[in-house]
Write a protein that binds this ligand. Sequence first.
Ligand code: HEC
Ligand code: HEC
Length: 162
Amino acid sequence: MLNKKLLITVSLSAIVVFGATASMQTDPDKPEWKNLKVLPKNISKDELHKVMDEWEGALGVKCGFCHARDNEAKKMDWVSDAKPEKEMARKMYTMTAKINKKYFKADKDDKDGMMASVNCNTCHHGSAHPDADNGEAHKGMMMNGMDHKAPPPPPTQPAPAQ
Ligand code: HEC
Ligand code: HEC
C-alpha cells in the first residue's frame, strides 16, 4: 500500500519535472522570429545576430539603416518592414544566393551569404552605395589586406601563337 503511494508520487513528480525541462528547452535555442522571409525561420539567436553584424560591416551602416524605430515605445522595431532598405536587403540576399548557386555551386549552409564566392562585401566593401564611391572604399580594403574574398582569377590563357 505504502509502496503504491510512493510509486504514484514519484511518477507524478517525474511528469512535472519532465514537463518543466521540455518547456525550458524550447525557449532559448528556438527564438520565435516574427518576420523572416529569406533567412531560415529556425535560425538561432546567435546566428541571426552574426548575419546582422556582417551586413552592418559590409555596408558600413548601423542597425537603424534597415530597421525602423518605434518612436512611441522608444525602441527599435525589428519586426517592422517600414524601411525600404530592409526589403532591398532581402532582394540583395536572394540575388547573392542565386549568383552563388548558379555560378559557384555554393552550399546551402551558407546562411548569411558571407562564406561563398560572392557576398555583400564583394560589391559593397563597406559602403551602402557601391556605385557612388568610385572604388575609394575598395582601395581601402585592399590596403588593409582584407581583399581575400575576391572571386578566383580566370584560368590563364595560353600565349597567342606567333
Ligand atoms: C542591411 C540591412 C540590415 C541591417 C544593417 C540590419 N538588419 Fe536586421 N534584418 C534585416 C532584414 C532584411 C531582416 C529580415 C530577414 C528575412 O526576411 O529573412 C532582418 C531581421 C532582423 C531581426 C528579426 C526580426 C523578426 O522577428 O522577424 C532582428 C532581431 C534584427 N534583424 C536585428 C538587427 C540588429 C540588432 C541589427 C544591428 C546589429 C540589424 N538587424 C541590422 C536587415 C538588416
Ligand atoms: C553584385 C553586387 C552586389 C552584391 C553582391 C550585393 N549588393 Fe547590395 N547593392 C548593390 C548595388 C549596385 C546597390 C545600389 C547602390 C545605390 O543605390 O547607390 C545596392 C544597394 C543595396 C541596398 C540599398 C542601399 C540604399 O541606400 O537604399 C542594401 C540595403 C543592400 N544593397 C544590401 C546588400 C546586402 C545585405 C547584400 C548581401 C546579402 C548585398 N547588398 C549584396 C550591389 C550589390
